[in-house]
Write a protein that binds this ligand. Structure first.
Ligand SMILES: *Cc1c(COP(=O)(O)O)cnc(C)c1O
Ligand code: SF4
Length: 348
């Protein structure tokens, strides 16, 4: 059996074991896990250094998950309303999501798709194939983002069937895979998988990393293999209180990603998911963090900071504003070390 399967099969510590190890109330843990399933594989679990650290918070249930406030929704992005075909989410003319799996190598406590763990939807091959049929009939779609759950938890052969079908659609220019597996189960990036993926270029992969401690020897090796396979790597990170809402943590993460040949792509403001309030950071703080990243590191290390508007408004990008005044043609900016500089603008 392949190593990654063994790791997944070994499964997860029970709420009782977790409670004992971290001195928690097993009853409360079980109550949370009954609402929002709990699963962390032994590899990711082994990255916890101490109770409450950035890894711990992402995978261990917290009783605050049960105290959701009214403006936090179970389907925060209104995805159910933007589903023109099974397993397809389309909000833009030229690109769409194709949900091919509802399994993950662990369940992140802040996940937008929490509700999908309760009601498995797109595990069903027939439905995914219907989704691909829809894409085939929509010539405006040029970019298909294969996601889930985690697409890399599918069998190689099933994933290949989907990729082959999407790849064969003439109007699809390239495929993107969204996956957290290189971070949470890097052993899954096998030579066999790579050999298969390489047949479906141009292929991009957005990997999901939230904390510098997630970059280990194993995950760095997985990223190197993907990059060597010609897959262009980007990252997405969710901004999470107590995990990465610290300028130096965020900067270390972006730098380490770049050193692993991953270009930071998105920093997502956390979605309004029920039971994730304790993870939420203000937009103001988010912008301050972005300003720090931009001022203190290369533009290469700066992702787009985006909010997915609740209800299906799509993503908007937030950018720290460095223009402090405008006087006729003269525009005044604040530079990276806080000095004011003028720029003579051109009239329209
Ligand atoms: C995020 C998203 C995309 C991809 O958007 P990019 O900004 O191009 O990365 C496509 N469709 C939906 C529904 C999305 O939420
Ligand atoms: S891996 Fe992604 S989809 Fe799965 S639980 Fe984590 S954030 Fe959600």
């Amino acid at each position: 059996m392949e190593k990654w399967r063994k790791i997944l099969q070994k499964g997860c510590a029970s709420p009782e074991e977790i409670a004992e190890k971290f001195h928690l109330d097993a009853g409360k843990l079980r109550a949370v896990a009954a609402q929002f399933p709990f699963f962390v594989n032994p590899y990711y679990f082994s990255l916890i250094r101490e109770k409450g650290d950035g890894i711990y918070r992402q995978c261990i249930p917290d009783e605050r998950e049960l105290s959701g406030s009214a403006d936090l929704m179970k389907d925060p992005l209104g995805e159910e309303a933007h589903t023109p075909a099974p397993c397809v989410v389309r909000r833009y003319e030229d690109r769409c999501l194709l949900l091919v799996s509802n399994r993950c190598a662990m369940y992140c406590r802040f996940c937008t798709r929490k509700r999908k763990f309760e009601t498995p939807m797109c595990v069903d091959r027939e439905k995914v194939l219907q989704g691909i049929e829809y894409i085939r009939k929509e010539p405006a779609i040029r970019d298909v983002l294969v996601t889930g759950g985690d697409p890399l938890l599918l069998e190689d052969s099933l994933l290949e069937e989907y990729l082959e079908k999407v790849h064969a659609i003439p109007h699809v220019d390239y495929i993107r895979i969204g996956s957290r597996v290189p971070c949470v189960l890097p052993q899954r990036i096998t030579g066999k998988l790579l050999k298969m993926l390489k047949k479906y270029h141009p292929l991009y992969m957005n990997v999901h990393f939230n904390h510098p401690d997630e970059i280990t020897e194993e995950s760095a090796r997985a990223l190197r293999r993907l990059a060597d396979g010609g897959i262009v790597l980007g990252s997405q990170t969710v901004l999470l209180k107590g995990v990465n809402d610290d300028p130096h943590v965020l900067q270390a993460l972006m730098r380490r990603l770049l050193a692993c040949r991953v270009r930071p792509y998105y920093l997502f403001h956390a979605d309004l998911v029920f039971g994730t309030e304790h993870f939420r950071v203000s937009l103001k703080k988010g912008l301050e963090l972005m300003d720090f990243l931009r001022n203190e590191s290369s533009g290469m290390a700066v992702p787009h900071y985006a909010v997915d508007l609740p209800g299906g408004g799509g993503k908007v990008q937030l950018v720290p504003d460095h223009q402090v005044a405008r006087n006729g043609k003269k525009v005044t900016f604040r530079n990276f070390c806080g000095e004011l500089w003028d720029f003579p603008d051109t009239e329209e």
